[in-house]
Design a protein around this ligand. Sequence first.
Ligand SMILES: [Zn+2]
Ligand SMILES: [Zn+2]
Length: 346
Amino acid sequence: MTNASIPADQAEAPAKRHGSRRAWHFSPELPLRQAPYFELPFSLRDSIVYLFNVWRPFNQRFLLLLLAIAAWTWFTPTLERARSFELDWMLEIGLRNLVIVLVVAGGLHLLLFTFRNQNDEQRYDARPLARNSKVFHFGNQVWDNMFWTLVGSVPIGTLWECLLLWAYANGHATMITFGDNPAWFIGLMLIIPIWSGFHFYWYHRVGHVEPLYRWFHSWHHKNINTGPWSGHAMHPVEHLFLYSDLAIYFVVASHPIHVIFNAMLHTVAGPTSHCGYHEVRLTRYFRLQLGDFMHQLHHRYFDCNYGSYETPWDKVFGSFHDGTAAGDLAIKKRRRRMFEKKNQPA
Ligand SMILES: [Zn+2]
Ligand SMILES: [Zn+2]
């Protein structure tokens, strides 16, 4: 996952130098700042400004909402059909998700890495993706990443969505409509990215504990430099947990649009957040901020930035890397402290 968007004030800035070395080909304005919801003292004004910013029209999050509405309206089977698990309607959802992934991950890969539409402009790490590498299945990073996305993530994400649709159809989940309760409908939509980030931090943090890391999460971390297909390049067991934030709709009154929007925070924002470019030039006049520098730091340094811009836990537990040289140093010190603690004589 990850988070679907980043504050606009972290937008375009020239490449920074950390000390004497050039740490990144491009970095957004540093230090990175997290969402103000959890900052002390709490500022309601800052939080509202932030919310307006991340939800502004034609930002990624807004587009994901439009996509969720369109997917529900035109590309999701009726609840009558979803009363029992049948392959036909489940495959229809799978086909829709497959097309979305092919368009988003495949489209971004073609645009950025095959046609090199913007060369390395706004690219975080300009090193090429791995070829002839024994680390990856098939010896090729992109093939490995595509395989696990298409074979693992699309079917498993689809199964989660089908499970919820079946639950609405059979009264195992409480369904509301916009007309029933517009305030809750909108309120829940605003909460979903925060909930998804909260869930992501915890399952991801646990995934870094041995032996779970070795068994499962290390597959994702083969990708030190990332491309769009890396977003879902993970062990299928991890796909199960990645989408498990959808389970909350068994107990929280909601609408299938909420479920689909939440799922798109993985299905679409997984590839976009790993695309390796901060802003992507989609047309001559339209750029979209898609990359996630906070998570890019996690891929390079492993033991920092487990969460998203909208989770407080990295700050609380001292693992937040703000992208600066001081952030490098803080993470190194924390690593040393943990190492010494682990190796202390009993
Ligand atoms: Zn990742
Ligand atoms: Zn990780």
